[in-house]
Write a protein that binds this ligand. Structure first.
Ligand code: SF4
Length: 180
């Protein structure tokens, strides 16, 4: 079987899902036998080429994430939402219950630790936050979801191994799923 191309991408999340991915430990050797990891926070690839599988952590929080997920969808044959932030916004979406300005002011301008000197960060390189955080499937078609916060390493490995062997995973067959 020809080697596949795999990307793992970090959008609006805490990186905990990628930490859990790293917890597959030595099983990463089985993954790299079947796939080249062409873009990921753990490799040096900067551009996203066409890939067979994209594992995406986190939700859509900003203009940049919005453009990025459209690009990922275009480049990936199979797009997998990795973790509850990607699936349903989860922790990242807690700000959706409030007005964006209230949230940003509470974090920067009025934060107690700023001792009355807080100001809004305004560097042009910073993300422009969207009013509401969105899960991936509200912006693009998602082919498979791995729930959990974070999903446990066994489940991530199982799903990856199935897709890399051209099989459709059945999460009912995994021994355990971690929900928080
Ligand atoms: S699902 Fe949990 S571990 Fe994953 S990015 Fe969100 S908060 Fe972090």
């Amino acid at each position: 079987m020809p080697k596949k191309k795999l990307a793992t991408i970090w959008l609006g999340g805490c990186s905990g899902c990628h930490m859990s991915l790293l917890d597959i430990d030595e099983r990463i050797l089985e993954v790299v036998k079947l796939a080249d990891i062409v873009k990921s926070p753990v490799v040096d690839g900067k551009e996203l080429p066409e890939v067979d599988i994209a594992l995406v952590e986190g939700s859509i929080t900003s203009d940049e994430h919005f453009r990025e997920i459209l690009h990922i969808r275009k480049q990936a044959k199979t797009l997998i939402a990795l973790g509850d932030c990607a699936v349903m916004t989860n922790v990242t979406g807690m700000r959706n219950y409030f007005d964006l300005k209230e949230v940003v002011d509470a974090s920067y301008v009025n934060a107690v630790s700023n001792d009355g000197q807080g100001e809004l960060p305004g560097h042009p390189c910073l993300l422009k936050l969207n009013d509401k955080v969105l899960p991936l499937q509200e912006v693009v078609k998602v082919d498979f979801v791995i729930p959990g916060c974070p999903p446990d390493a066994d489940t991530i490995f199982y799903v990856l191994a199935e897709f890399l062997n051209d099989r459709l995973p059945d999460l009912g067959k995994t021994k355990k799923l971690k929900y928080g």
